[in-house]
Design a protein around this ligand. Sequence first.
Ligand SMILES: Nc1nc2c(ncn2[C@@H]2O[C@H](COP(=O)(O)OP(=O)(O)O)[C@@H](O)[C@H]2O)c(=O)[nH]1
Ligand SMILES: [Mg+2]
Length: 330
Amino acid sequence: MERKTHSPDELFVRLRQGDRVALGRAITLIESTRSIDRQPATELIEACLPYSGNSIRLGISGTPGAGKSTFIDAFGTMLTARGHSIAVLAIDPSSGVHHGSILGDKTRMDNLSRDPKAYIRPSPAGSSLGGVARKTRETIVLCEAAGFSQILVETVGVGQSETAVQAMTDLFVLLLIPGAGDELQGIKRGIVELADLVIIHKADGDRMALAREAQMHYQRALHLYPERSSGQSVPVLLASSIEQTGLVQVEETIQNIISIFKENGHFQAQRKDQSGFWLRESLMDQLSTWVFSRHREDYKQLEADVLNGKTSPFSAADELMRKITGSKAD
Ligand SMILES: Nc1nc2c(ncn2[C@@H]2O[C@H](COP(=O)(O)OP(=O)(O)O)[C@@H](O)[C@H]2O)c(=O)[nH]1
Ligand SMILES: [Mg+2]
């Protein structure tokens, strides 16, 4: 019985018909860490691939509390009202521990979670960012095959997850809050450099003046960066999700950037690069899993030698490689 619900053929057919339950099961299947699920999961993704790629993939980033979930709720509702169907995914490597710290609080997506044209899926649990991110990337493929026209990927604005999100989306949107004193930090951390669009969020009430100040600050700061590979300058917009202001302009700006990216070839080139990136990532992931399972003892021994100062990390790595490849020292 259990096996039947996991039949990739059946899941594929139902998912293509837009069946949400099937989509949910399909995602659970690819998120599964059980080895018997691996083959059907691969088959399912292979089946979906020819039907994927037709959506606009947006990455939404910003520090915790920047209002990402609230923004996605308001912005997503506007998109569905305009005829889009949207899938909201999350990358949050901490969710394995904290049980969905990004989307766990579904009250923040009140409107979208009741919207028949929206699908919300919390971050997969996982110990490594690489694992979590790869599953999100595969989930995008399933959601596109299920017919969603826009994919929104929310991520925590701290650390490495931005790079992963940038490597699976067409446009990277960064939400900043005015007056938080983190303006320069955001830039230093290099996250601003990844952004295709910056939104000064919560531009409402008595934050308005600060918001305008922050907007000017970022416009100036972003101007100092060297020309980006997209060939496009980075717009800095004001928006409030609570008052629902600036959202239409955000949507128009996104459409505009996407058409420029498509015209100048950046859109297609970026997707190609991303495929290469995920090939390397998956290969590295599998290789390291393989090494640490097949050569665990050798590794432990060498590690002890390195920690005791008996050998250097570099020659230990060389020695392990010789063991793995079976070649003699040269
Ligand atoms: N004033 C104002 N507050 C907002 C706005 N958007 C979100 N917030 C508040 O900011 C807090 C954090 O929002 P949340 O969406 O959970 O942020 P996230 O951690 O980035 O997902 C909540 O208390 C929201 O009500 C906005 O546009 N204006
Ligand atoms: Mg959130």
